[in-house]
Design a protein around this ligand. Structure first.
Ligand code: FMN
Length: 149
């Protein structure tokens, strides 16, 4: 099992265009046993992807060149033993969410506040950060998300 986290700058996208990305993602990911979480905040994306190393890497190469975003920067990648988002083909979180972990997203995605070695805790490459995301998703409820695998 393998995971990766990247950040990118979104091109100006309507809510419908974000939905399109989610529908497309959940469809493909469901068929290819990929799970993860997409965060959209203040015009930036942070995405966590997990699954088979080859499948995730190949998908990332497609995502990297997607014209809906740019400045795609890989923040971390590596082997994992278990999935973090095993019931979400692509969970989605956006801004204005009532969780203190997400105040850090702004720091993370704004290049002018670049943090040496991602030292902010929790940072989007850390387990703790994604744990906070999971807690938030559980609070919001599963019903809004496609949890079919
Ligand atoms: C921010 C962002 C996240 C994306 N996440 C996924 C994803 O998790 N799974 C997926 O299949 N496509 C995702 N896509 C869409 C892919 O970039 C691409 O459009 C899709 O894989 C279809 O590519 P194809 O038409 O070349 O097969 C994402 C796109 C963007 C902009």
């Amino acid at each position: 099992m393998f995971n990766l986290v990247y950040k990118s700058v979104a091109n100006s996208l309507s809510p419908a265009q974000i939905d399109e990305i989610l529908v497309e993602s959940r469809n493909f990911n469901g068929k290819h046993d990929i799970t993860g979480c997409l965060i959209y905040h203040d015009g930036f994306f942070i995405q966590y992807l997990e699954g088979n190393v080859y499948v995730v890497s190949t998908l990332f190469e497609k995502i990297r060149v997607d014209a809906r975003h740019y400045e795609v920067i890989l923040l971390s990648k590596g082997s994992i033993y278990t999935r973090e988002f095993d019931t979400w083909n692509m969970a989605y979180l956006s801004n204005n969410l009532p969780n203190e972990a997400f105040q850090y997203i702004k720091l993370m995605v704004n290049p002018e506040f670049e943090i040496p070695n991602m030292s902010v805790v929790p940072n989007p490459t850390s387990k703790r950060f994604w744990l906070a995301a999971k807690l938030l998703l559980n609070k919001i409820g599963h019903e809004n998300f496609n949890k079919e695998r």
